[in-house]
Design a binder for this molecule. Structure first.
Ligand code: NZQ
Ligand code: ZN
Length: 386
């Protein structure tokens, strides 16, 4: 095994009444002025906003509202939040929403305590912030696992990049499946596919011989597949949503990544597609993964064959390793169709084919990927996704 150090800074409160437990235990540790950050208003419609504000007021906090964090949050929105936090003397950020809200707040937490430009610091100078406003995360849409890491995916509209920016870890995360019940089924499935993607992107990184992290990863993948199927029959199944909520956190809490260099090539392509089209993250991944893996599996036959056997439960009987590996990729493609996710970019509503070249030219090529892709082959993959 590769050497590692493991510790985790985010305390998780999971299950019914988790918000109340978290607020009771945590709010005494933070200052008086709390920024309540959220998205386009689902938290107001669901009642989560009033419930949490009540808890904040009960704890004697002053609430500063920061609303309108959009899916695929922009760097401009980060700056707006940081300016508000500075202006109001915010002591603590409560981020309430899905991955977009949590990510935006991770960088607000960094930008609010410095005059330096965080984007410039990280991408031009390769320095990373180490001072942050403290923050907590309340999840209303699971899948990204954003509550369990300090990476934020932010769109810089000026540079046309959707990139991973390092920011604050949430000090605590509230994972109450009840808060996800108002999320439309389409977004639930899209989030769950994102979780599956995080597991696959870790699994197909290196090394690719049998190890504990991958065996745990196989279990998480089977769990996600099973619970998506449960939700297809009954979108209100609370147990399935609970399982998916914890699986989402498991994908990004570092456990599956121990001893591995992750792949995340599909994510790198999807992020740039997002930069050019503002598309839905999980949907973009659903289209890209099967096509990318058809180009990749011969370079990682053993691991793809293991994926076929242990995740999709495909018999090896009568198949060569390569045929088994290909069958695993086909099972993934079939699953995308089965769960009603798009299989082409045009189905996602992307109309401008000329963005594909820009995406191929600007996406990162990852070190953990089993195939060393050229820009030409990435473009070929993108064209096959059309
Ligand atoms: O904005 P509101 O009104 O809240 O509506 C949101 C949004 O329109 C809605 N929603 C959230 N909770 C709801 C709800 N609607 C009804 N009831 C609820 N309970 O859902 C829509 C999508 O929300 P968003 O936060 O954008 O979705 P998701 O959680 O999938 O996050 C996507 C973002 O996370 C990034 C993606 O790239 C994308 O920008 N990712 C972050 C990662 C990380 N930090 O580790 C990893 C991922 O790979 C991903 O890249
Ligand atoms: Zn993702």
């Amino acid at each position: 095994m590769k050497d590692f150090v493991y510790s985790y800074p985010t305390k998780v409160y999971f299950g019914q009444g988790a918000a109340k437990k978290a607020m009771t235990a945590e709010l005494g540790k933070v200052g008086k002025t709390v920024m309540f950050a959220y998205g386009g208003g689902s938290v107001k419609r669901s009642g989560v906003f009033d419930e949490l504000c009540g808890m904040l007021r009960e704890a004697g906090k002053e609430v500063v509202e920061f609303s309108g964090i959009m899916p695929n949050p922009t760097y401009k929105k980060v700056q707006e939040g940081a300016a508000l936090a500075k202006d109001k003397g915010v002591d603590f950020i409560l981020a309430v929403g899905g991955g977009s809200v949590i990510d935006c707040c991770k960088i607000i937490a960094a930008q609010a305590v410095t005059e330096e430009d965080i984007w410039n610091m990280e991408f031009a100078e390769r320095r990373y912030p180490n001072r942050f406003l403290p923050m907590g995360a309340v999840i209303t849409a699971s899948g990204t696992g954003a509550e369990m890491n300090n990476g934020a995916v932010i769109t810089n509209e000026e540079t046309r990049q959707k990139a991973g920016v390092l920011g604050a870890y949430a000090d605590f995360a509230v994972l109450d499946p009840a808060y996800t019940m108002s999320l439309p089924q389409k977004q639930v499935i899209s989030g769950a596919f994102d979780t599956l993607s995080h597991c696959m992107e870790t699994y197909f990184g290196s090394p690719r011989q049998l190890n504990l992290s991958d065996e745990i990863g196989e279990a998480v993948m089977r769990n996600v597949i099973r619970n998506i199927r449960v939700l297809l029959k009954d979108s209100g199944d609370r147990e399935a949503r609970s399982e998916l909520m914890w699986a989402s956190a498991m994908g990004e809490n570092g456990i599956l990544k121990i001893g591995k260099v992750t792949d995340f090539q599909a994510h790198q392509i999807e992020h740039q597609l997002g930069a050019y089209t503002d598309c839905n993250h999980g949907q973009g991944l659903a289209v890209i993964h099967p096509v990318l893996y058809r180009h990749m599996y011969r370079d990682g036959v053993e691991q793809f064959a293991r994926f076929a056997r242990n995740v999709w439960e495909i018999s090896k009987e009568g198949k060569s390793q390569e045929e088994l590996a290909a069958a695993g990729v086909q099972a993934l493609a079939d699953f995308v169709k089965e769960i009603g996710m798009p299989t082409t970019f045009s189905e996602m509503g992307i109309t401008d084919k000329s963005v594909l070249k820009a995406v191929a030219d600007s996406c990162n090529l990852t070190a953990g990927c089993c195939r060393k892709f050229s820009r030409e082959e990435i473009l070929e993959i993108l064209e096959e996704c059309w």
